[in-house]
Write a protein that binds this ligand. Structure first.
Ligand code: SIN
Length: 537
């Protein structure tokens, strides 16, 4: 018999949302999923490389943990990353139980290599169709379990509810027919913000609205300056921005400049398998030098049979552009890929607002530090999704500790005009041009000014008005740029040309809250408050 009182609303239908829904149902709850497009449309679907877990005979969670910490450039929360890496094998067992068809070799799950992993530990399915296989499997399970899934529904606002949870306001995806739900626990699993950037590997649904809505409701947001750029996204004029998975480099593909040189061997001892931020910046420097729009991924050294079998999705895509990866060089460039920060949570997925949980890309748990290790993102959705499901059943008190630096920003302060497509494009261009792979104070200030103008027009004027997608986009963009301007150093995915060094004094997190006190946060009058006692986790 379902426990209706703790029946959660789950917003988003990628790996985190679907997995929480399934586990919540198994624990006796009656979850409802809302998703702004179709159930199967999410960033998860497009994940190619795979999901990391230390299940190989030469591997251990301790090694996975150390790799995760090393990639994170000094900001990984060790306790959270320990949970991520040590609980990984059990969550993989859950996926196997649900029927995810991981690729095997001689009866054992096959493991691939990706950048900055010291061992082959990337599980994959359908070659390079890992996300698609996981998404389709979990979707089928959700439908088989009879879990209510409402497609084409957008979360518009979260408001104070009751002891049962928050009041969510939903509408259809065209903004019509707003509907207010009874108070209940709300799980944000809305994914990232990659498609707010003009150049991105993400599908158009990834607009970071979970962050802006939680922020408006008073939730603490953290680490927003860390946007990860994937080094190798297909870069041909007029073609879709299609991911060329890092697993290609794990199998031996090289990166060449316009002169055919492997420029990464000059940059890092691990060359093409250096951490993602290093590779992305090296490509960007190469493009700045050459004036070209792309460098070249060279997979011709991989035996063709292996290449086609391991990368059928990539091979099929390239064929539509007349390219054969066994023969041709593939034009690629770095593009926005993953939001490392997000809505701040503790290791149980609890945000600073009672009744609001977050997991997956929308959450900031601290596991990725300043730079996410490849294939830790699908894993994050599972590991912290499990913890959220358990909290839904047996809620405990807690939440994220206040980061060392906290910046306050205005919440609703505009004229409530519906934004325009031109404003949306302006946000995407400003993020790409001025809040991109390389940043400086001048560009960040200019971008913030532009976002501020758009917010002044499109933000709701009061708490009752519902923000639209342009207001949400401008707010999320402002959060990214504000944190990027504050961090006057370079670390991981955040690179400032005017502050190129990594500084010990910046081994801290930046939190963002709106300019009215929110429950669960101790606030001072200044923009910076001291950390609360105890661990963040
Ligand atoms: C990829 O396949 O290169 C993307 C995987 C990830 O972002 O972890």
């Amino acid at each position: 018999m379902a426990n209706l009182d703790r029946s959660p609303l789950i917003v988003g239908s990628g790996i985190a949302g679907l997995y929480v829904a399934l586990r919540a149902r198994e624990l006796g709850l009656n979850p409802v999923i809302v998703t702004k497009s179709r159930l199967e449309e999410s960033n998860t679907r497009y994940a190619q490389g795979g999901i990391a877990a230390a299940i190989g005979p030469d591997d251990s969670p301790a090694r996975h943990l150390e790799d995760t910490i090393r990639a994170g450039a000094g900001l990984v929360d060790r306790a959270a990353a320990r949970i991520l890496t040590y609980e990984a094998p059990r969550r993989i067992a859950d996926l196997v139980r649900y029927g995810v068809p991981f690729d095997t070799v001689e009866g054992r799950i096959a493991l691939g290599r990706e950048a900055a992993h010291s061992r082959a530990r990337i599980l994959h399915a359908g070659g390079d169709a890992t996300g698609l296989s996981i998404e389709e499997t979990l979707k089928r399970r959700v439908l088989d379990a009879g879990i209510e899934a409402r497609e084409g529904r957008v979360l518009r606002a979260l408001r104070n509810g009751s002891s049962l949870g928050l009041t969510a306001v939903l509408s259809r995806d065209d903004g019509r027919q707003a509907e207010t739900l009874d108070p209940r626990p709300v799980v944000l699993a809305t994914g990232g913000a990659g498609s707010l950037y003009r150049e991105s590997s993400n599908p158009s649904v990834a607009t970071g609205e979970g962050v802006s809505i939680a922020f408006r409701a008073g939730a603490l947001v953290a680490d927003m300056e860390f946007i990860q750029f994937h080094p190798t996204v297909f870069a041909r004029a007029g073609a879709p921005r299609f991911l060329m998975t890092e697993a290609l480099r794990g199998e031996g593909a090289a990166l060449r400049n316009v002169h055919g040189q492997r420029f990464l061997v000059r940059t890092h001892p691990d060359a093409e398998l250096a951490p993602r931020d290093v590779v992305a910046r090296a490509i960007r420097r190469e493009l700045d030098r050459s004036g070209e729009k792309a460098v070249y991924l060279d997979a011709t050294g991989i035996p063709p049979d292996r290449l086609y079998a391991r990368f059928p999705t990539v091979t099929r895509f390239l064929a539509t552009y007349g390219l054969d990866p066994a023969r041709d060089l593939i034009p690629v460039a770095p593009m926005a890929h993953f939001m490392i920060g997000g809505v701040s949570t503790d290791v149980e997925g609890r945000t600073s607002l009672p009744g609001l949980y977050a997991c997956g890309e929308v959450a900031s748990t601290g596991v990725h530090g300043a730079n996410r290790l490849a294939s830790n993102s699908l894993l994050e959705g599972l590991v912290f999704g499990e913890r959220v499901a358990r909290q839904l059943l047996q809620p405990g008190s807690g939440g994220p500790a206040t980061p060392e630096r906290v910046v306050t920003l205005a919440g609703n302060s505009g004229q409530g005009h519906a934004g325009t497509a031109a404003e949306f494009d302006a946000i995407r261009s400003a993020l790409w041009n001025q809040v991109g792979i390389v940043r400086d104070a001048r560009g960040l200030r200019a971008a913030l000014e532009r976002f501020g103008e758009i917010r002044a027009s499109a933000e709701p004027g009061d708490e009752e008005e519902l923000p639209g997608p342009v207001a949400n986009a401008a707010l999320t963009a402002s959060l990214i740029a504000t944190a990027a301007l504050r961090r006057t150093e370079s670390r991981g995915a955040h690179f400032r040309s005017d502050h190129p060094r990594t500084l010990p004094s910046w081994k801290v997190h930046i939190g963002l809250v709106r300019d009215r006190p929110s429950r669960g946060l101790r606030r001072s009058g200044s923009t910076t408050v001291k950390p609360q006692g105890g661990s963040r986790r």
